[in-house]
Design a binder for this molecule. Structure first.
Ligand code: CO
Length: 149
């Protein structure tokens, strides 16, 4: 396989935006990732549509844009609540940054990937998000995210 054929497709920024990690206790998660592992806590906010409380920590104190996103459900009857019930705390999704959401989604559809939401939904931190079906992405729940227009 010639690796040079893999230029970023139209619309993708070519970087991981964040790692989404499901936790049962956000404070304990922050103590682990900020207090012990040394990441910088930048925001805590609620995402009512997803029934979530979210903490955002920078992956790189020296300025890289990637983050860890800790996800604590506010209601067991939510996507992350059901994930915790089934699998326990752990890596929930990997989010890739898009520069042009429409172009990125068009490339995913052309490749035959199913989208869990056809239209981008407002997520945390001023982003819009679309999730890809994990059955089409080697078992990993992948989020495509970009700044809200
Ligand atoms: Co996310």
């Amino acid at each position: 396989m010639d690796h040079r054929e893999f230029a970023p497709p139209a619309g993708m920024a070519g970087r991981v935006d964040h790692l989404g990690i499901a936790v049962t206790d956000l404070e304990a998660g922050i103590r682990l990732y900020a207090g012990l592992l040394g990441l910088e806590l930048v925001a805590v906010e609620e995402v009512p549509r997803e029934k979530l409380k979210v903490a955002l920590l920078k992956l790189d104190r020296e300025g890289g844009p990637g983050c860890v996103e800790l996800l604590q459900p506010l209601d067991p009857d939510s996507n992350v609540g059901r994930f915790l019930e089934k699998k326990g705390p752990g890596l929930h999704h990997v989010a890739f940054a898009a520069e042009d959401m429409d172009a990125a989604l068009a490339a995913c559809r052309t490749a035959g990937l199913r989208l869990l939401n056809e239209e981008p939904l407002p997520g945390a931190h001023g982003k819009q998000v679309v999730f890809l079906h994990p059955k089409d992405t080697a078992g990993v729940l992948i989020e495509i995210c970009s700044r809200l227009p």
